[in-house]
Each structure stands twice: as structure tokens, then as C-alpha cells.
Design a protein around this ligand. Structure first.
Ligand code: EPZ
Length: 422
């Protein structure tokens, strides 16, 4: 994925002002495929204008759906003309979440042939639990040569699904397959992320019967048909957190509008522990660092624990905290490709198994660095905002998968950041 431009950041400028967060990436990539489950128009608002959304539009159109998209306004999907059930690697390679087409197509028509996904490959990311869920609902799975073939005669049949690990993608995929299955499905050890709840709300607004989303037991009563709906997805929890961390990193004073503070509690608690002032209102959070930022210990956990997607930008912030911090990544077996790049900027970091040991330094310095995955990109932006001098960030296309024009948002807050063709 070689990008045509690089991002240049001159650090040392405190971020000050107000910014509105975009719609959620990880909810958008689940809700858009869900529109395949009915044969009437669905209108979805507050979608983030990111590459993953365009990749899904191409996939839905290939399958025969009519998609009208007005960026930053709405997307209208009419799946009544969908006859396709095959999604080639040329399209699935563009985003990790392309695997949701399996659950949506199985739920719609009882068959799906979807090539394994692409997206951020910071480590191996199996989908065995997704396939286990589909099989529990009666689908025949044939997983060969990089393509998952799934099919069932007629409709899927509701069943109990016990996940061996808490999996966001697995939970979402089984929800998509089960809402139109014959009978009831209970998902045990379900993921509880905000985007799981958002998807359940979307499905229920289409006439589905999903209860318990946001807890570790989700109960679904299958229905024959679903109808169209109008819906607005929730704001992006991880963009909100990234902006909060950037405000702390630059010792600024930033109010993030249009967010849901209760989604941010694990990060807010850590920032308060560091000595950063964080104030919450109904739909906004204000971050105002003051004085010394103390080192802390962070352990990523499934929601409502500290999000693994904020592990990397948080690691960047802790590079200049006072004292020695630890960051333990418990969700993915590794998510550390950003560490070498931070070291190039003067960070004092050691990796011991799944724990990063960070000795706070007084200064980071700008350097040429390369993005290896979406949230590593966020970490390098945070580090660039803190560093003395200019940081050149390469492979920016990873960043565009999950952040809507992040440099415009940061520039609006006073950052010296721009893109330049390579
Ligand atoms: C989703 O990935 C998000 N992606 C990730 O965000 C996020 O980091 C992750 O959830 C955890 O919150 C999307 O929503 C598109 P998992 P997903 O299944 O669903 C293991 C970003 O930066 N596992 O919850 O792939 C897996 O290896 C991206 O926005 C299995 O073993 O994550 C991992 O160790 C990166 N078998 C753990 O479970 C399976 O079948 C959690 O993975 C599935 C998962």
C-alpha cells in the first residue's frame, strides 16, 4: 500500500480549541453490510468519509446493490436488486472488515463466498470463531485457497454460540447471520464494544429482535423479513481517544464535541492518573493538561477496558511522561511495529514479551518514520506533535483508513501539519 504523499509535522505547538469527532469507523464497517439484510432502502448518516467506506460501496455495488453516497451527509443503500454472493480478493484486500460480508450474505440468502480480508496486519488475525459461529447456525463452511465458502439450504437455524475468545468481529458476524435465522440464537462471551450496541440498534430499527448487546450474552430472535430504516451511527470512540491523547501530548486545551464520554472512561481514567485535567459534558470532553505528566501502567482489555486501538498513541504520549511506564497488550499477540519508529525519534522503549517498558525522556526529536498500520500511524502523529523539529511520516494511506482528514482537524487546533507529494 504505497502512499503518494507524506505528512510533515513540526512539533511543539499546543493544540487549542474545539473539534467535532467523525462517525465511527468500526461501527460503519458493520452497519453498511447489514443493509444487505433487507430489500428496502436504508439511509445511514454520520458515516466517516474514509477509505474503508469506499471499499464497502464498491463491494455492495458489485453484489448488485444501489448505493447513493453523499460524503459527510448520508448513504442510501437499496439491496433489493442484490443477486451476488461472491466477493473477490481484489476487493476484500482493501479492508479488514470485509469479512462482515460473510455474515450479511449468509443472513440474506444462505450463501456467501468471500475472500479472506486484508487491512491492518500487525499480527495474525484468525477468523476461526466467526466460522465456528456460522457452523453453529447450520452453515456448511469450506475454507480453502484464501476464500471462505459458506452455505446452507434455505435459512440458517438459530442456536447457542459460545465464543472461545471475546471477538468483536465474531460477535458482529454472528449477529448479522442470526437476525433472519429460523429460531433463536444466544451468543455467549460476546464482545461489548460500543459498535456492537450500535449495530444491534441498527438491526432492531430494521425490525430485528436483538437483546443484550453491550453485555456478554446477546439474545436474538430470528425474523423472516427485515425492512428499511433511517439511522445515524455513533461517533468514533478511537478518534475521540486519539484527539484526547494529542491534546495531552501537546499540553494544549482541546474540547472534543459530538463524542460519547462514557465510551472514553478507561482512557479518561488513565489521563487523570497521569495528572491531565479531563472534564466531561453530555456530548463533549475537554482535555487541559497541567504541570507534570506522571508515568502510568496501562493494560489493554476488551471493552470497557483500555482499548487496544489506543495502545499505540498512548505509548507515544508516555514517551515523555515523568518516570517509567508500562503498556501491556493483552488483546492481540503483538501490536508493536510502531516501537522502532518511536525509537528513531529518541524514545527509550524496551519490549518484554507483550509489555512495553517506557522510560520517559525530556525530548523527542523529529525524524523520518514509516506507518505500518492504522493506529501505529496515530502514534507517530502524536509523537510528531510532541517532537522538536520536523517529523516526516510515510505510508499515510494507512491513516486514511481510519481517520477523516486528521491533519485538517489538527491544523484547525493549531498544529503545524501538512501533506506533501513524495
Ligand atoms: C476489531 O477487530 C476492530 N476492527 C479492531 O480495530 C480492534 O482492534 C479489535 O476489534 C479489538 O477491539 C474492526 O472493528 C474492523 P477481535 P477484530 O476479533 O474484530 C482473536 C482498528 O485499528 N480472535 O475482537 O479483528 C484475535 O486474534 C482495528 O480500528 C481469534 O482468535 O478483533 C485477537 O487476539 C484494528 N479468532 C482477539 O481475538 C477469531 O475468530 C480480538 O480480536 C477472532 C478473533
Amino acid at each position: 500500500m504505497s502512499s503518494k504523499d507524506k505528512m510533515l509535522i513540526t512539533g511543539g505547538h499546543p493544540l487549542v480549541g474545539e473539534i467535532t469527532v467523525s462517525g465511527g469507523k468500526n461501527t460503519a464497517v458493520a452497519v453498511i453490510p447489514a443493509a444487505l439484510l433487507c430489500n428496502a432502502p436504508c439511509t445511514i448518516e454520520n458515516l466517516p468519509d474514509i477509505e474503508d467506506v469506499y471499499a464497502l460501496i464498491d463491494i455492495l455495488r458489485l453484489l448488485g446493490a444501489k448505493v447513493e453516497y453523499v460524503p459527510e451527509r448520508y448513504m442510501r443503500i437499496d439491496a433489493s436488486g442484490v443477486t451476488g454472493y461472491q466477493v473477490p480478493y481484489s476487493l476484500t484486500r482493501r479492508l479488514r472488515a470485509s469479512y462482515y460480508l460473510l455474515g450479511a450474505l449468509l443472513g440474506r440468502a444462505g450463501k456467501a463466498e468471500v475472500a479472506y480480508p486484508g487491512g491492518c496486519d500487525f499480527c495474525s488475525r484468525p477468523i476461526d470463531q466467526h466460522l465456528k459461529g456460522f457452523a453453529a447456525l447450520g452453515a456448511e463452511i469450506d475454507d480453502r485457497r484464501g476464500v471462505v465458502h459458506a452455505k446452507t439450504d434455505g435459512r440458517l437455524k438459530g442456536n447457542d454460540v459460545f465464543f472461545d475468545v471475546v471477538t468483536v468481529g465474531g460477535t458482529i458476524n454472528v449477529m448479522l447471520a442470526a437476525v433472519r435465522a429460523k429460531g433463536n440464537t444466544v451468543i455467549y462471551n460476546a464482545a461489548k464494544e460500543p459498535h456492537i450496541v450500535d449495530l444491534a440498534n441498527f438491526l432492531n430499527s430494521m425490525g430485528a429482535n436483538v437483546k443484550g448487546a453491550g453485555t456478554d450474552v446477546i439474545r436474538i430472535r430470528g425474523v423472516e423479513e427485515l425492512h428499511g430504516c433511517n439511522y445515524a451511527v455513533i461517533p468514533d470512540q478511537i478518534e475521540t481517544g486519539t484527539l484526547m491523547i494529542a491534546a495531552a501530548a501537546t499540553r494544549g486545551d482541546v474540547t472534543i464535541r459530538g463524542c460519547i464520554p462514557t465510551h472514553m472512561e478507561a482512557l479518561t481514567a488513565k489521563l487523570l492518573e497521569m495528572g491531565v485535567r479531563v472534564t466531561e459534558n453530555d456530548d463533549s470532553i475537554r482535555v487541559r493538561p497541567q504541570g507534570v505528566q506522571r508515568a502510568v501502567n496501562v493494560k489493554t482489555r476488551v471493552y470497557p477496558g483500555f482499548p487496544t486501538d489506543l495502545q499505540q498513541p498512548m505509548t507515544a504520549l508516555l514517551c515523555m511522561a515523568q518516570g517509567v511506564s508500562t503498556v501491556c497488550e493483552t488483546v492481540f499477540e503483538q501490536r508493536f511495529k510502531h516501537l522502532d519508529e518511536l525509537r528513531r525519534m529518541g524514545a527509550k522503549i524496551k519490549l518484554m514479551d507483550r509489555t512495553v517498558l517506557i522510560e520517559g525522556v525530556n525530548e523527542l526529536y523529529g525524524a523520518p518514520v514509516t506507518v505500518t498500520d492504522l493506529r501505529a500511524g496515530a502514534a507517530l502523529i502524536v509523537a510528531g506533535l510532541m517532537a522538536k523539529g520536523v517529523t516526516e511520516i510515510y505510508e499515510t494511506s494507512y491513516i486514511d483508513r481510519g481517520y477523516v482528514r486528521i491533519e485538517e482537524k489538527l491544523r484547525k487546533l493549531g498544529a503545524e501539519i501538512r501533506r506533501e507529494p513524495i
